[in-house]
Design a protein around this ligand. Structure first.
Ligand code: SF4
Length: 288
């Protein structure tokens, strides 16, 4: 995919008279020299892999470090009548935790856009598909929207925690998911752009500070934040709330913030939570 701006995606879709997902699919075909069927089939395979990763979640599995595991199961069995957010929010939280834990346990996941942020998109798409009885085709179309916006973020800023902090990983995943959710709900392309912008700005400045350098703490739980943020921003956009800063400018600002972050907060495991007494003790124990 060759888009380098959100405005470019919207303009292309409008000029071609296509929905966002289709303009992005067409661009993918041109960029990679594949036909529509192949492009759609590959995206559908990713959706299948997300669902399969969700169904293969193991409640007993713990990461090799022993730092994470089992929280997805706790959330899955937590009663909706007890929880504050209700059953739909519970389901999103459980899915995000489960996927993050599966990644930490070296299970097969879909990096979307990265392994550390693999829980965000499935956490919003799987529960929504179940609740709304949505066709796989609709979800796959929304994944094209997510991919198009993700491509722009990668091109203008970064999707790597080592480069731009966690805002570039969980923030990007959240922005992609927010844009995708709007498209599922038949929002306008502008609403997808607003949802993307709001999701990214909400997580701007988020540092990458994995304890012991492992993609476990805080990564697993940050997937929850990314997913819940995506739902909130998609709903705000669908309600007609706009981002006062355009998506491309938010993405550019995210790049600047990432560049200004010290190395200790960019996946080195030296700052933030990794540098807390408990974080350092965990790292020391693993080394010893
Ligand atoms: S803290 Fe770093 S390693 Fe963990 S999810 Fe965020 S960017 Fe990825």
């Amino acid at each position: 995919m060759a888009f380098t701006s959100v405005t470019g995606i919207l303009k292309t879709a409008s000029m071609q008279g296509l929905p966002l997902w289709e303009a992005i699919l067409e661009d993918d075909c041109k960029d990679r020299g594949v036909n529509r069927e192949a492009s759609f089939r590959q995206m559908a395979a990713l959706w299948d892999a997300m669902k399969s990763a969700s169904s293969r979640y193991s409640p007993e599995a713990h990461s090799a470090s022993g730092l994470v595991g089992g929280d997805g199961a706790k959330m899955r069995t937590f009663g909706a009548e007890t929880s504050i957010g209700g059953s739909f929010l519970d389901r999103i939280i459980a899915e995000a935790l489960s996927m993050g834990e599966s990644n930490a346990c070296m299970k097969r996941i879909v990096a979307a856009p990265t392994a550390g942020s693999c829980g965000v998109l499935p956490a919003v798409l799987i529960p929504l598909a179940e609740r709304g009885g949505l066709q796989d085709e609709t979800i796959v179309q929304s994944l094209f929207v997510a991919a198009g916006f993700g491509q722009v973020i990668a091109a203008r800023a970064s999707i790597s925690g080592a480069e731009g902090g966690c805002q570039a990983e969980i923030g990007s995943a959240s922005a992609m998911a927010a844009a995708a959710l709007v498209s599922i709900k038949n929002g306008t392309p502008e609403m997808s752009a607003d949802a993307c912008a709001m999701a990214l700005m909400n997580l701007m400045g988020l540092v990458c500070d994995p304890v012991a350098g492992l993609v476990e703490i805080p990564c697993v739980k940050r997937n929850v934040v990314g997913a819940v943020n995506a739902v909130s921003c998609a709903d705000m956009a669908l309600a007609g709330i706009t981002s006062r800063i355009p998506a491309d400018e938010v993405i550019d600002a995210m790049r600047s913030v990432g560049e200004a972050m010290p190395c200790s907060l960019r996946e080195t495991g030296e700052g933030g939570l990794a540098a807390t007494p408990t974080g350092m003790a965990a790292a020391g124990k693993l080394k010893g």
